[in-house]
Design a protein around this ligand. Structure first.
Ligand SMILES: Nc1ncnc2c1ncn2[C@@H]1O[C@H](COP(=O)(O)OP(=O)(O)OP(=O)(O)O)[C@@H](O)[C@H]1O
Ligand SMILES: [Mg+2]
Length: 488
């Protein structure tokens, strides 16, 4: 007898559960996806003890025929694909026919379901992968799956479960974001009877974002609208051009001032499937390049939609990864679309423009500032009363007298007279009289405060005269020179 043997279905299901059911949130994900595939419009999720004790999801979808309710627990039993070709254009979230048997192999699971075509529904109870009850029951249309005692028969997995709050946070985040992907459906999440989320069906994603996050978060987000880019279709074997392929991007991204320390606020959906994808993450960070620091992350809720054949979802057992047929195109489309929106809504435009002028800076309180306040500066009046001066008036102008500076005491003292410094001043130059041209007389009642400050002479020198004065002063300074005495 050979050494190889085929594993039992029970064992195979447990192995599959190792990949598919990592923690309570993975169960919620699989059950939610089943309900969404069943076209449910109302989803109610009840959790107890962070999902360890109970995860129950009730929906109003198409439900199951009585025969199907049993078949659903067979390995690789699915209603979503039929042949190999279907794998290349999967339009549903599930397709592997693995989730229910995997979950049932590591928990005590009860399924209640009725389809619209049948009067009676059925109840199936499975524990550790074994069917222990199957009976007919009068039920409303739809399906309810209750998963109790998760990992009760896999102690190694149970040990790795985190605290109730942590597991619940994962579940809440997942439900919240699936609710964002389906605004037209109603979601309700309860933990231990307490309501955590209730989102009634709405028409737009914006309304759902408001329901889930509230107005304050919405203010920090930019609506991408519906962005589209198409790529020309390939030429087929007969030389005919195939129709163009269209990609759509919608959702919300945060303004650059929102900075997260990890990627937990980035939610990427491809054809409404929640995924983790490096290519899209890279495109997102490239869009924010230089807008936020390299070790910070934005909030992003991105929905990329395209034809199912453009994306391979059969990459990972948990269906959380995808591969794009035209990866570089998708990358650049997402990067450019987000970058465009970020550039157009720069923070400046979001700052409300003040209609009232801002008050001028106040001078600190002082005698000067007080005088400035009481003075009347009427430039019109100055122009009006500024006729050219007569010769007599010019003669009355004040004289500017330049005096050479007193030389300061020598700063260097070497303690001996070895370096003699000649401190004697050259003779003072003749008193230099400056005639100031174009000086205006300010009439009484004009700039009274100003003229009083200038010695009450009622005159002041214009800028040109002051420049001349400074020029002469510089000349006079040259005369004062500190030179060692000759021969020292
Ligand atoms: N809530 C539901 N309402 C109606 N039918 C359901 C529901 N949940 C499961 N089913 C049926 O049970 C089948 C098996 O579900 P299961 O989740 O195991 O596999 P799947 O969804 O087909 O693929 P996957 O393993 O990728 O999730 C589904 O194909 C579907 O026909
Ligand atoms: Mg499924």
């Amino acid at each position: 007898m050979g050494r190889i043997q085929v594993l039992s279905d029970e064992l195979a299901n447990k192995i599959a559960a190792g990949e598919v059911v990592e923690r309570p949130a993975s169960v919620v994900k699989e059950l939610l996806e089943n309900s969404l595939d069943a076209a449910a419009t109302d989803l109610r999720i009840d959790i107890e003890a962070g999902g360890r004790r109970l995860i129950r999801i009730a929906d109003n979808g198409v439900g199951m025929l009585r025969d199907d309710a049993l078949l659903a627990f067979e390995r690789h039993a699915t209603s979503k694909i039929r042949m190999a070709g279907d794998l290349f254009h999967i339009a549903t979230l599930g397709f592997r026919g693995e989730a229910l048997p995997s979950i049932a192999s590591v928990s005590r699971l009860t399924l209640e379901a009725r389809s619209a075509e049948e009067e009676v529904g059925s109840v199936v109870e499975v524990a550790g992968g074994k069917i222990i009850r199957y009976e007919d029951l009068a039920l409303a249309r739809g399906a309810t799956v209750a998963v109790r005692d998760l990992f009760y028969n896999v102690p190694a997995r149970r040990k790795f479960l985190r605290s109730e709050q942590t597991e619940m946070a994962h579940i809440a985040s997942l439900v919240t974001h699936y609710s964002l992907a389906h605004p037209d459906k109603g979601f309700e999440l309860r933990h231990g009877g307490a309501e955590l989320l209730r989102a009634a069906p709405v028409q737009t994603l914006r309304e759902r974002v408001y329901q889930v996050f509230g107005a304050r978060i919405l203010e920090d987000l930019i609506d991408l609208g519906m962005m589209e880019r198409e790529i020309p279709g390939a030429i087929d074997e007969e030389g005919a051009q195939e129709p163009p392929v269209r990609f759509h991007l919608s959702g919300f991204v945060s303004r650059p001032q929102v900075r997260k320390t990890n990627r937990n606020s980035i939610f990427l959906f491809v054809n409404r499937r929640l995924i983790r994808d490096r290519l899209l993450l890279h495109a997102l960070s490239a869009a924010y390049h230089n807008l936020i620091p390299p070790d910070c992350y934005p909030f992003a809720l991105l929905f990329l939609d395209c034809a199912p054949e453009e994306v391979d979802v059969n990459v990972h057992p948990a269906k959380t990864e995808v591969r794009f047929t035209r990866g570089p195109f998708v990358h650049d489309f997402v990067r450019d679309a987000i970058r465009d929106v970020l550039t157009k809504s720069r923070p400046v435009s979001s700052v409300p423009v003040r209609s009232a002028p801002q008050p001028a800076a106040e001078l600190p309180f002082s005698d000067f500032s007080e005088r400035m306040r009481s003075a009347r500066f009427d430039t019109g009046a100055v122009e009006e009363f500024a006729p050219p001066l007569t010769e007599e008036q010019r003669r009355e102008l004040p004289e500017f007298v330049l005096r050479p500076h007193q030389s300061p005491a020598p700063r260097l003292d070497f303690g001996s007279a070895s370096i003699a410094v000649d401190n004697t001043l050259p003779p003072a130059p003749e008193r230099l009289k400056l005639r100031v041209p174009d000086t205006w007389r300010i009439p009484e009642g004009g700039s009274a405060g100003r003229s009083a400050e200038h010695g009450g002479a009622g005159r002041f020198a214009p800028a040109g005269a002051i420049a001349g004065f400074l020029h002469h002063r510089r000349l006079a300074r040259r005369v004062v020179d500190y030179r060692p005495a000759r021969g020292a």
